[in-house]
Design a protein around this ligand. Sequence first.
Ligand SMILES: Cc1cc2nc3c(=O)[nH]c(=O)nc-3n(C[C@H](O)[C@H](O)[C@H](O)COP(=O)(O)O)c2cc1C
Length: 355
Amino acid sequence: MNLDERALMSMIQNVDRPKPLMIGRLCIDPPLALAPMAGICDRHFRLLVRRVGGVGLVSMEFISSEAITRGVRPELDKLAFSDEERPLAIQIYGRDAQRMADCAAIVDELGADVCDINMGCPANKVLKGCAGASLMGDLDRARRIIEACRRQLTIPLTVKFRLGLGRGAQPVNYLELGKICEDLGVDAVTLHGRTAKQMYTGRADWEQSRWLKQSLRIPVIGNGDVASPHDAVRMLQQTGCDGVMIGRGVLADPWIFRRTASLLAGSPPDPPTLGERLDLIRTHFRWIVREYDQRTALHKLRTFTGKYTRGLPNGRRLRHQIGTLDRADQFLPALERHFDELQRLGQELSAEAGA
Ligand SMILES: Cc1cc2nc3c(=O)[nH]c(=O)nc-3n(C[C@H](O)[C@H](O)[C@H](O)COP(=O)(O)O)c2cc1C
């Protein structure tokens, strides 16, 4: 048994089975959530992650309250979801309390399981509109938005934020915002352990998640830099958080929730087989080609090929080759050829090993 295997076995033996995450009356079990990711968490990706298994809550990419309340078609289309995805959170963002409340009422009426407010997005476009993380620099406005949404909602309300803006008079104020959320009847909060100024640089500071958890009575979901099942278990252990939210780690490994749930249940977090990998890519790519226009489909296929083939033997060669394709229907055959080659290579290697 090598060192990694020994460490893994000891983690499996010592892992505490976590309690389900309660968001209001909603029970999230296992306490693992798919992070909202713009351009990624459309209904196909959410369904895919749900079908792989192990995820407790999936989240929609953020939805503009401004666009929804003005009836902008492409934004309204994003709100579609199926029962198979449940439990599902719809995340909304905006700066105007009335529009946010109207949008929350729509989310409620649509029958989502959770309404989440984005107070953490550091993108310039969103910050300039005084939404997302910029609300951490204007806690009065944040308070008005939360109050207005709470009044409209019959479903649980959550708020997702960062450590703070990372500049100005109060660069870090997540404890204050967390307390505001609790006092206003928010059912749970998610903390991404970076400031807005950091964007995605540096490391997420899990220690701050531990402090937030210690200072609040409502559940706290930890987020940031969970890239493996072991990371997820470590985050639960180190922070005492009630749940873990994973974003980029799911792109690199769509099986991360199933594997983490397995580790939490005391079993090894087995990786997928080559066949499972291909099946998942095949399903996803067929959905993309069927649903989107050529330009959007190409963009999505390139994004996901880049993520799904990371770590595969000869993955770089494949990504280079895929970069030259200019029609969406060429992607799947190219990937299938690559997987056939890998399968052959694997068989030859095991034949050689057995000889
Ligand atoms: C491509 C991309 C899109 C994102 N879009 C959103 C979003 O719509 N709403 C949000 O609250 N956070 C968004 N995030 C942030 C993630 O939800 C998460 O907080 C962040 O990636 C840290 O978690 P991770 O290290 O597990 O990826 C996005 C992140 C990425 C990489």
